[in-house]
Structure formats: C-alpha cells, structure tokens
Ligand binder design. Sequence first.
Ligand code: ZN
Length: 114
Amino acid sequence: MDTATAGKRLEQARDDLERSIAVLRGETPDGSEADTPQDPADAGARLTEADRTQAVLASASSQRTQVLNALGRIEQGTFGTCVDCGALIPEGRLEARPEASRCVSCQSKRDRRH
Ligand SMILES: [Zn+2]
C-alpha cells in the first residue's frame, strides 16, 4: 500500500472517529440530573451506561491519537517503519491497521508490558 492510499484511509478514519467522539461527548451525562428522582437500581444502571460511554470514548480518543500519529509519520516520511526498532511493518499489517506504529514483535512485547 502506498502512503497516498494509507493517508486517505487514515484521514477517513480520523473523520469517522471525530464524528463518533462528538456524538459520544454529547451523550456523556454532565451531572446536572441530580434533581431527578432516582431509586438506587436506576442510578446504578445510569452509572453503568455512563461508564460504558466513557470507555468507548476513551478507546475512540486513543485510536484517534494513533491515526493522527500515523498521519504525522506520513508527513515525516517514516510511515510504514516500526517506531521502536525501525523495521519495515509488513504490508498486510498496514492493510489491516494503517495506524499501526510498530512491527508485530515490538507491539506484542509492548502489549505484554501492560
Ligand atoms: Zn519493531
């Protein structure tokens, strides 16, 4: 995949993520519902829903950061190489995840540390 194609896909992904993030932020309760009568079970359900929204929002934001970083690497001409070891990231991996910043082995080392 050439960087022009990757760039288009990344820009598309960035736009999609920004739309989702805007929608999710709109759904996040701001705490102004404190005067609503609530029984504990209901409050629990709302909290769970808010937590879920927060979790989805956090993951969309971190994905967006990865996409923006990948777009930055295209500009710097380092797109497609591993940020840790400098090896070329396999084509198939970039096809699946153009925002990937590490080769498979560096990514799995990093995932294990978490
Ligand atoms: Zn690597």
